[in-house]
Design a protein around this ligand. Structure first.
Ligand code: SAM
Length: 299
């Protein structure tokens, strides 16, 4: 049967901003009006029935709760930044994952949030203000032109890279994104689609290579909200030689998550995919890790 992603009933996910509110208090408050469950994977994520409207809820407007989906909330969790670290969010706006990292770091350490687009950097600023985090510094500019040997960035230990992507895992109005032919760049796609995909994946490869070149970095997460192999497994495959020569390996991201990468590259079982229908949003997560001794050795 033909159906559209927007027609699939989605539970309402809310992430508790633990910088402002603890999960138990959030459950207590929300359960006055809604049925509330804790998510089984992301500890600070709550699941409400489809259709629960929380846009005007005081806990949302004051920044204690964020309307952030499950797949999106899995990305910072996979990076698991150490609270004492300096961390870089390479493509940060509107900042949902930036402030999630700040919460995971309990407001300690330091986060540099890089965003190219000026208007979107403003949105990032608002998200940060609302979150109450005070360990985040915004850098408005191109991630690709940050110099990894610059003293400002050479101490970065973790990078979250969530670059511009086709969004094919979350678009709600086009069924063709669900067809395998589109995912493969085959018959279902127009020439313009393929051109756009090529442009996006070229940037994604460059950005991921750049992230793997910071001298002290130990953990790098690459994520997209795309279901296209060209933006996901193919991007990872293209950097594997560089990753290996810089001492990185693919680590199993979120080992309890059952849905892994497409079996088209070596190490696919370490990758995470979420399905646009089964999991309500199509995301991709790859985690690169190296030992600190290797990093120090290279520095
Ligand atoms: N991580 C964000 C979140 O969870 O809220 C979403 C990031 S969005 C998928 C990608 C962002 O990267 C966009 O805001 C885009 O403007 C920005 N961007 C694109 N190219 C960039 C570059 N070269 N340097 C820095 N940011 C870039």
């Amino acid at each position: 049967a033909l159906y559209q992603i927007k027609d699939i009933p989605k539970p309402r996910y809310v992430r508790v901003n633990t910088l402002k509110l603890d999960v138990e208090s959030a459950i207590q408050e929300l359960s006055k009006r809604n049925e509330v469950h804790r998510d089984d994977l992301v500890p600070e994520l709550l699941v409400l029935p489809p259709g629960s409207d929380l846009h005007d809820h005081p806990l949302v407007t004051n920044g204690s709760l964020l309307l952030q989906g499950k797949a999106s909330s899995m990305v910072a969790l996979a990076l698991a930044p150490n609270p004492r670290w300096m961390v870089l969010d390479a493509c940060a706006a509107p900042g949902n994952k930036t402030v999630h990292m700040a919460a995971l770091m309990r407001g300690e350490g330091k986060i540099i949030a890089c965003e190219l687009n000026e208007a979107r950097a403003k949105r990032l600023e608002n998200t940060i203000k609302l979150s109450g985090a005070n360990n985040i510094e915004i850098h408005q500019g191109d991630f690709l032109s940050l110099d990894p040997s610059d003293r400002q960035y050479s101490k970065v230990r973790a990078i979250l890279l969530d670059p511009s992507c086709s969004g094919s895992g979350t678009v709600s109005d086009r069924l063709d994104h669900l067809l395998p032919s589109f995912a493969e760049g085959g018959n279902g796609s127009s020439f313009a689609d393929i051109q756009r995909l090529n442009k996006l994946s070229a940037f994604q490869k460059k950005a991921l290579s750049h992230a793997l070149s910071f001298p002290e970095v130990e953990r790098v997460v690459y994520s997209t909200c795309s279901i296209n192999q060209a933006e996901n497994e193919d991007v990872v495959a293209s950097v594997l030689p560089l990753a290996a020569s810089n001492g990185f390996h693919l680590e199993t991201a979120l080992p309890r998550w059952p849905r892994r990468g497409l079996p088209v590259i070596e190490g696919y079982e370490h990758l995470v995919r979420t399905d646009p229908v089964e999991d309500k949003e199509g995301f991709f997560i790859a985690l690169f890790v190296r030992k600190p001794s290797t990093a120090t050795h290279l520095a």
